[in-house]
Design a protein around this ligand. Structure first.
Ligand code: ZN
Length: 201
């Protein structure tokens, strides 16, 4: 699409357009906004992105985003180590934390099973979750993947492979609209869904 911008500006618009939730119009607006700002403001933003990226890791226990090798939840001795909540993304951890219901730990799959997109159990590092359960401290696994087809398939798969451990396996209750994402669910609904979780095996 020719818009009369220089090649360098077009490249920046394209780069913003590749970000989630940003269409071509928004990408153009963001780029022009940044270029109109004074140099210091734009440089500050660039530096913040660069520093956040250089200092963010996936927690070595749960895959949550963290600025240390162990995230603040895994490192918190007051958390209940007998319950582990399995979610798809770090932003789901943030949602559930805001609801205040879950006092246990997490395991972040960083996705959901999707054979069409080539995401299988290995890509989701499910073996690491099983290793944690084998350590013996965990008494309940709460399956809090999204209530859509991929999230449900993932939960069913996990229930199947985890049932041999003889621990409690629960799925968050319905009440979260089918097809929605945990990150968009309001806190009260999420609290009810967690409290009303039901055993799946
Ligand atoms: Zn962690």
């Amino acid at each position: 699409m020719l818009r009369g911008y220089s090649e360098r500006i077009e490249k920046l618009i394209k780069a913003f357009g590749r970000l989630p939730g940003i269409g071509p119009k928004s990408a153009e607006r963001i780029t022009l906004h940044l270029l109109k700002q004074d140099r210091l403001q734009a440089e500050e933003l660039a530096q913040m992105i660069s520093e956040a990226k250089a200092n963010t890791f996936f927690c070595e226990r749960c895959n949550n985003l963290s600025d240390q090798t162990l995230c603040h939840i895994c490192g918190d001795a007051s958390r209940d180590r007998s319950t582990i909540c399995v979610v798809e993304e770090p932003r789901d951890v943030a949602s559930i934390e805001r609801s205040g219901v879950h006092r246990g730990l997490y395991y972040v799959l960083l996705g959901a099973l999707s054979p069409l997109e080539g995401v299988g159990p290995r890509e989701l590092k499910i073996d690491r979750l099983m290793k944690r359960i084998r350590e013996g401290e965990i008494k309940e696994v709460i399956l809090a993947t999204n209530p859509n087809s991929e999230g449900d398939v993932t939960a069913m798969y996990l229930a199947e492979v985890l049932k041999s451990f003889g621990i409690k396996i629960t799925r968050i209750a319905r009440g979260i609209p089918v097809g929605s994402h945990i990150e968009y669910v309001d806190q009260v609904t999420l609290q009810r869904a967690l409290e009303g979780r039901t055993a799946v095996v």
